[in-house]
Ligand binder design. Structure first.
Ligand SMILES: [Zn+2]
Ligand SMILES: [Zn+2]
Length: 168
């Protein structure tokens, strides 16, 4: 029972405290505030504010840590990401390749569209799509617990670059 209670508190804290004191967030999630964990959580929190880099792979995080002169191995990054996911701090996605991408779990559902050229990820929520999925599940006799929708295409920047390359 204590476990369920703690899980609930985690979610609330992540939702309301996003972008604040990584040390406290780790404690709330039941994780000791080690240096690698704090630095990695900070990267996710910083990414949360920006538009482009909300969705990060282990390699993205590793590169940022190296750029900040943090001494850490890629294996540690993978381990910390697994711990964060288990603690409900982040969620994992697979966007059409075998490389996992992670983002902060703020509890709000959204779907994704991913550029197949540059990897840019945009988020969207569409009420009609959400409703249609519920109806389909119902029709097939399912009680819907969740879904993952990822669309793939070429983003506006990449389309412009492709058009320019053709003109030359
Ligand atoms: Zn692109
Ligand atoms: Zn997302």
């Amino acid at each position: 029972m204590a476990h369920i209670g703690r899980f609930f508190v985690d979610k609330t804290t992540v939702a309301t405290n996003a972008g604040h004191v990584p040390e406290q967030e780790l404690k709330n999630a039941g994780l000791k505030a080690t240096v690698p964990r704090m630095r990695i959580l900070e990267i996710f929190q910083k990414a949360q504010g920006g538009e482009q880099q909300r969705h990060l792979s282990a390699e993205d995080i590793y590169k940022q840590l190296v750029a900040e002169n943090v001494e850490i191995g890629l294996a540690t990054v993978y381990r910390v990401l697994t711990q964060f996911e288990a603690a409900g701090l982040i969620v994992r996605h697979y966007f059409g390749n075998d490389r996992a991408t992670y983002e902060i779990d703020d509890g709000a559902h959204h779907d994704h569209i991913v550029c197949t050229r540059c990897g840019r990820v945009e988020e969207f929520v569409d009420r009609e799509i959400e409703q249609r999925q519920k109806s389909i599940a119902e029709r097939l006799g399912f009680e819907l617990e969740g879904h993952a929708l990822s669309m793939y295409g070429i983003c506006a920047d990449c389309r412009r670059k492709l058009a320019q390359a053709k003109q030359r």
